[in-house]
Design a protein around this ligand. Structure first.
Ligand code: F6R
Length: 252
């Protein structure tokens, strides 16, 4: 087994651990390519990265970033877009060159061309050095929902009702949640040199155990990460409660 599991005491500690792993990468390779995620899970990581940048612990001036996904139909300036999320939670507060920030365009008219452009952009950056991921309750990573096969490259996705309901938290009402999104595919994610999955909370404990130790199946998209050659999980005690019972030897 090549995966490494880091147990954090709580969600705050999870963010700090995650941020330090990214910080080490940035120090070792100042122009590294970070793959970033949105949602509530990585907020603590971004808070810690902002603080480390503020005290000059890490320098983002040559760092390049690519984001996992974006809602279809939302412009960059839309407060609910992942573009805005990243600006508000990270990019507007650190010394990153915005020309080095890459996010899918939710307003693209030709969706297939936008997905192909994104894949080409990642290739021309030299690939992703470390990809940060959260996981949905149904095991999705990025917006790769459970399906009969693993979606490969960046593509357009119809969101499931469960994901729409979970994401409604960030919108005025559930009817405002877009029904489609653009997302890196599983192959795009698996090509990252290192993958770091963050997970917190009791409600994801069952999902996390299945993803890490269950069968590798597109019905549980995160399960594919079991075969990534450099895969680290940073999770809090609540999220690891079932793993701790069934696979105690796996925890460090
Ligand atoms: C976000 C993303 C999603 C989230 C997942 C968990 O860019 O790709 O896969 O990581 O839906 O969301 P939270 O963190 O809000 O529980």
């Amino acid at each position: 087994m090549i995966m490494k599991i880091i147990r954090a005491d709580n969600k705050g500690e999870m963010g700090i651990h995650g941020a330090h792993i990214l910080a080490e990468r940035i120090k070792a390779k100042p122009d590294c390519v970070l793959g970033l995620a949105t949602g509530s899970t990585p907020l603590g990581v971004y808070k810690c990265l902002r603080e480390l940048n503020k005290v000059n612990e890490i320098d983002f001036s040559n760092v390049r970033t690519v984001n996992l996904d974006e809602y279809c139909g939302l412009g960059n300036e839309d407060p609910q877009s992942y573009h805005s999320f990243m600006m508000n939670n990270l990019f507007n507060h650190i010394n990153i060159d915005k020309n080095n920030v890459h996010i899918l365009s939710g307003k693209a008219i030709d969706v297939d061309a936008e997905c192909a452009r994104y894949e080409a952009a990642i290739r021309s950056l030299g690939g992703i050095d470390i990809q940060l991921l959260g996981v949905g309750h149904n095991g999705h990573i990025g917006f790769n929902e459970p399906s009969d096969e693993f979606a490969k490259d960046t593509h357009c996705v119809e969101l499931t009702e469960r994901t729409i309901a979970a994401n409604a938290l960030f919108f005025p009402s559930i009817d405002d949640v877009p029904r489609r999104a653009l997302s890196m595919g599983i192959r795009t994610i698996m090509h990252a040199r290192k993958v770091m999955l963050l997970c917190s909370g009791e409600s994801k404990a069952e999902t996390l155990e299945k993803a890490l130790f269950g069968p590798i199946t597109p019905r549980m998209p995160a399960s594919i990460l079991q075969v990534h050659p450099d895969f680290t999980v940073v999770a809090d005690e609540a999220a690891l409660s079932i793993v701790a019972k069934r696979h105690p030897h796996m925890l460090v």
